[in-house]
Ligand binder design. Structure first.
Ligand code: TXA
Ligand code: MG
Length: 310
């Protein structure tokens, strides 16, 4: 999708006026506001009905700007060089003189930061002189939005402006790595853990224990399309939506393919939009074929497992 400069200007105008604007990224759409402003960031929580205790990710244009707010280390630099801009979020220590609004971090001393790759989002970040705090642009506990229309479906005209950027190319949220102490993964996401491990040359702990969770958005009741989901199912009834990754002999109206040839990147890209479509088609339950637990299949299974706890 081409950059439309008049749209970027419109988005900038709303953001400069402390309003929230929905923005495209390669992972999922975000609901953005000026991360330096208490007034602007407060609106994100209100619109999303998000608990104040759940901190936000701040989106930066480049390393220079990030260094105004955060302390960095060797591991960060290695990963930054290899994967940024891209679908990786870092938890870093906040500098004492950082201007980040306390709403963003819930008054804590750590900040989640990311450098999005989407070219329209990058063009917007270039135009403004503050970073953007942005959670995924969906209502709390619902699946993330991966298109302009998904955002509209969730928020109607409650959002002042949605910057269009086409469908998100990855379709899953960013992977989160905590670099405060020993590196550990807080959320599986659009960047494979194996890729990160290759660069850091070590095996990483994946913190999935809901009792000592440090990313509140990782609670089980998350990413839910609002109807029951059952995993690892071989056959479906006609009244159940059947989520598939392998081509079936017969076609049926309740079959929804994430991919027809077992391509897990394609499946990731289609996951959230397909879950939304199934809901629109009025199915009351979803069953899912077994999805290989490799590559982005791990993230897909993570999201479906959480959604199945509905
Ligand atoms: O791909 C993405 O990461 C998208 C796009 C818009 O950038 N954003 C996104 O944001 O998924 P959100 O708010 O839906 O999920 C952010 C997660 C939440 O689980 C939150 O609890 C966690 O990051 N988080 C934010 N700040 C944190 C911090 N300082 N320490 C630990 N976890 C944090
Ligand atoms: Mg979210």
């Amino acid at each position: 999708m081409k950059i439309n400069h008049s749209n970027i200007k419109k988005a900038k105008k709303f953001l400069d006026n402390y309003e929230c604007v929905a923005i495209p990224t390669e992972t999922v759409y975000g609901l953005a506001a000026n991360a330096y402003s208490d007034k602007a960031t407060k609106k994100i929580f209100k619109l999303k009905k998000r608990p104040k205790s759940n901190p936000l990710i701040v989106h930066y244009r480049n390393l220079f700007d990030l260094k105004k707010d955060c302390l960095i280390n060797k591991e960060f630099l290695k990963l930054y060089k290899k994967f940024c801009p891209g679908p990786l979020t870092f938890i870093l220590p906040l500098k004492q003189d950082s201007k980040i609004s306390k709403n963003v971090t819930n008054n804590k001393k750590n900040l989640a930061v990311r450098f999005p790759k989407h070219k329209i989002m990058r063009a917007l970040l270039k135009e403004i002189d503050y970073p953007l705090a942005a959670p995924s642009a969906n209502l709390s506990t619902r699946v993330s939005a991966v298109s302009h229309n998904d955002v509209k479906d969730d928020f109607g005209n409650k959002i002042k402006y949605i910057l269009e950027g086409g469908p998100s190319s990855i379709g899953l949220e960013s992977t989160i790595i905590d670099l405060i102490k020993k590196p550990k993964i807080l959320r599986l996401g659009g960047l494979k853990i194996s890729e990160i491990q290759k660069i850091l040359k070590k095996k990483l702990v994946i913190e999935n224990n809901p009792k000592k969770i440090s990313a509140p958005g990782q609670y089980k009741l998350h990413y839910s399309p609002g109807i029951p989901i059952r995993l690892n199912v071989k056959k479906a009834n006609n009244n159940q939506a059947f989520l598939l990754i392998k081509k079936q002999k017969n076609e049926k109206s309740n079959y929804y393919y994430l991919t027809k040839n077992n391509n897990l990147n394609e499946a990731a890209k289609n996951l959230y939009s397909t879950l939304r479509q199934i809901k629109k088609d009025k199915f009351r339950s979803i069953v899912v074929q077994k999805i290989p637990n490799t590559g982005l299949g791990k993230t897909i299974n993570d999201r479906l497992l959480r959604a199945s706890k509905f």
